[in-house]
Design a protein around this ligand. Sequence first.
Ligand SMILES: [Fe+2]
Length: 380
Amino acid sequence: MQSITIAPDKVTGGLHFSVGDKPAILLHPLWLRERVTDDESFDARSGQRLYETAKLDPDLQIKRAEITPDGYMSLAFSDGHQSKLRPDSLACEIGQSCNHETLPAPKSWTAETGRRAPIDWETLDNPKVLKSMLRDFLKDGYCIMENTPTERDSLLRLARRFGFVRDTHWGQLFNVEKKPAASDIAYTDAALGAHTDNPYREPIPGLQYLHCLENGVAGGLSTLADGIAIAEQLRAEAPEQADVLEQVSVRFRYEGERAILENYGPIIERDHAGIVRRMRLSSRLDFVPALDVNTLDLFYKGRRRLDELANSDAYQIRFPFKKGTLLMMDNYRLLHGRTAFDGHEGRRHLQGCYTDHDGVSSLYRMLARGSQITRVQRDV
Ligand SMILES: [Fe+2]
């Protein structure tokens, strides 16, 4: 940890806080008070405050501040409360340093840079290997595992390692195989262009798993493209088109015999830090509003270009599924699809399911803290 410099601000009652030679930030006194974790204010077991923040003095000020010999910040507040805070956790929260629990930032990739070696499922019982695998998943948005159990429905057990399986009107698991009178192109042997799953659902599934139980066909390669990379490429080529895809809220709709589902959102969505966080690319299910012709012209050009990029040799990786392959991918960030195959060659049977993002994030933080657990667990 670099040196910390602090000084009360007499005008605002806040605190000037700086790490090393970084510029000082003026922290609000209430912001600091809400981070106090002494026994009087905070329940260490639950991680919850022992008071209602609305009851704090709205005119609270910091009267004195010093770094103690043991490296804590000692703060005296105007209401008489005296507190010690850990400066390293504050520095991390304001983005001036990282701690070991900070999640790895996403790193965009192309077809040239995005290929990763599969992980042997059996090795994930080692917490170090699991943490490394999760770190790479958080950076890349996907992971391919091999040598998994292949009994029917074993995916439920596999996916529960990383999160709680999302139930939908299709059930917890869905079977991807060629079916007569298929209700979805996914259940034929046709190619599937790059897309994200279920943008019509609220909430949209976070992580998707595809598990191969059997594959007797030569085609049917799985495809992946990185949404961050293609969105940034579009912005570099045609910023006005990217603007429309980030600003226009599109209606996505699914209508079946047992459910009518609808949700809205932009094709490209960024997070609070400006990083592309979510793509909604599902051109069989999207209904853009009847906007003016110029805006829609930009929308259609941009959407077409995104589709080209996501299915191009430059941005798309392709790999075969073999018995026991398990693909785990971020359905917000990545676009997936498959190449065509000939269903007469043999049977191709995958099972799929969804979990939320926070299972992986939580497991990573637990392992970073030194836990030896190797799967998401319920609090009992
Ligand atoms: Fe899909």
